[in-house]
Design a protein around this ligand. Structure first.
Ligand SMILES: NC(=O)c1ccc[n+]([C@@H]2O[C@H](COP(=O)([O-])OP(=O)(O)OC[C@H]3O[C@@H](n4cnc5c(N)ncnc54)[C@H](O)[C@@H]3O)[C@@H](O)[C@H]2O)c1
Length: 220
């Protein structure tokens, strides 16, 4: 399991346009999102991202050098009803939890319009299973929810409100997190072309609904 943090903050150099509730790529080359060809070099990663990039290259090397079946899955936001999101990890799970508990959510910079793609854990597992059935050598995939399952924080507030009926209280903090992606969603075309029977089966509203249901049960 690799991560989209291997791309460091380089995705922030893609020209963007500001829409009412989100940032969006304005360069047509990124209409479908970020592909596996995107540079992992010459950018700020965080130590976590750099350590993942090192492991990602090692895994690819075992594939290329020794001919082993290896795979790096560069995850976007992987989530689901069992996710235990906290403030710095698991954005959607944590956001829904804050909504259900009536807690304030802190938005760090970018006007709350920063975009992430979200994928249900069952769709993650389904892709792993497809790879297991038909393994490749030294492959790399950007595993996320893609454009369809992408949302900004503001859009996630609205989607959650439409499911729980509760408007999210939030505080805006001007300073963005260091190296945080402004807009990131995965280009799923390589995954789909290598494994045509695989596709996203859980939409974003379905994911939020499941997370919301699970938190209500867990929190009593
Ligand atoms: N969740 C995301 O949004 C996301 C995004 C990109 C990449 N990833 C990567 O996906 C992987 C899984 O992340 P997650 O969000 O599901 O995390 P998680 O914390 O939900 O799951 C991690 C699992 O690893 C197990 N584990 C931890 N240390 C272990 C050890 N020493 N031996 C065996 N098992 C151990 C834990 O028990 C847990 O079941 C991680 O490598 C993470 O970096 C996650």
């Amino acid at each position: 399991m690799s991560t989209n943090k291997v791309y460091g903050d380089a995705p922030n150099s893609i020209p963007l346009k500001e829409l009412p509730s989100r940032w969006e790529y304005s360069d047509p080359a990124f209409q479908e999102g970020i592909s596996e060809e995107f540079t992992i070099d010459h950018s700020k990663h965080s130590l976590f991202g750099a350590s993942k990039a090192a492991a990602d290259l090692m895994v690819q090397e075992y594939g290329r050098y020794f001919g082993m079946a290896t795979c790096c899955l560069r995850g976007g936001c992987l989530t689901g009803p069992q996710h235990s999101g906290v403030e710095l990890h698991g954005f959607l799970s944590y956001l829904v939890k804050c909504n259900i508990e009536g807690r304030d959510y802190k938005v760090y910079g970018y006007k709350g319009k920063q975009v992430r793609d979200n994928i249900h854990s069952e769709d993650v597992a389904a892709f792993m299973y497809q790879f297991y059935l038909n393994p490749q050598c030294a492959e790399v995939y950007n595993l996320g929810g893609g454009k369809e399952n992408s949302c900004s924080i503001l859009e996630a507030f609205e989607l959650t409100r439409s499911i729980t009926g509760v408007s999210q209280r939030y505080t805006y903090v001007e300073q963005n997190r260091i190296g945080d992606h402004i807009c990131y969603y995965s280009d799923l075309r390589k995954m789909k072309s290598h494994y045509p029977t695989w596709s996203i089966t859980k939409s974003l509203p379905q994911i939020i609904e499941e997370i919301s249901h699970a938190w209500k049960k867990r929190l009593g």
